[in-house]
Write a protein that binds this ligand. Structure first.
Ligand code: GSH
Length: 208
């Protein structure tokens, strides 16, 4: 199997972290894709052109990090990173969805920085995403005692860890947030020390 990634993609990072946490490094080759490039050979592998993409062979593969992470989790035994079907699982899915929403917003903000020269950036979009990121930090600060975040590693924690330790880290959308949220900052630092996070640190975003 091949996992197509870019080093800065938080979505690809989630899949890379699952691979390491599940001890699947020998079974999945990590390949750097050329995204956002006209006529990239990658488009013949994954027509959407997005990463991550898990190439399974025989022309088949999966895109979208939630599906890829679930598939990888089920490939190997413990530790199970995804919830079961019962009501308890809904709580993990709720926090995962919140964290994913945060990653989505941070990505929109990051794309303004990376792909547009300063004079073409939309201040309106950037301010909207910056405000969203801070609201989400407040919301997660209030969830830290939740067993989903306080317990063993799971997909909600991986997603939140990738949001708080993303390409623009330690800032969120260019904003310092840790002084006002020391407990969440400590949570983010703890998860960042895991070998799977340390091995997948994104490069700093390069402005246009
Ligand atoms: N919902 C997708 C989002 C993936 C995504 O947006 N990836 C970005 C990189 S962060 C990408 O591949 N962009 C290239 C493009 O849009 O052509 C997932 O969770 O995997």
């Amino acid at each position: 199997m091949k996992l197509h990634i870019t080093p800065g993609s938080p979505y690809a990072r989630m899949a890379r972290i699952v691979i390491i946490e599940k001890g699947l490094e020998d079974r999945v080759e990590i390949v750097q894709a050329k995204t956002r490039t006209p006529d990239s050979p990658y488009y013949a592998i994954n027509p959407s052109g997005r990463v991550p993409y898990l190439e399974l062979g025989g022309g088949k593969g999966y895109e979208d990090s939630p599906l890829i992470c679930l598939y990888l989790d089920r490939l190997a035994g413990a530790p199970a990173l995804h919830p079961g079907d019962g009501p308890d699982g809904l709580e993990m899915r709720r926090l995962e969805a919140m964290a994913r929403s945060m990653v989505d917003g941070l990505s929109v903000w990051g794309r303004e920085i990376i792909y547009r020269p300063e004079e073409m950036r939309s201040q309106r979009i950037m301010e909207h995403e910056a405000a969203r990121a801070l609201r989400m930090a407040v919301a997660f600060d209030q969830e830290l005692a939740n067993p989903v975040l306080a317990g063993p590693l799971n997909i909600a924690q991986i997603t939140l860890g990738c949001a708080l330790n993303g390409p623009g880290a330690p800032k969120l959308c260019g904003q310092e947030w840790r002084a006002a949220r020391p407990k969440l900052a400590a949570w983010a630092e703890t998860i960042a020390r895991r070998p799977s996070f340390a091995a997948t640190v994104p490069p700093p975003p390069k402005a246009h």
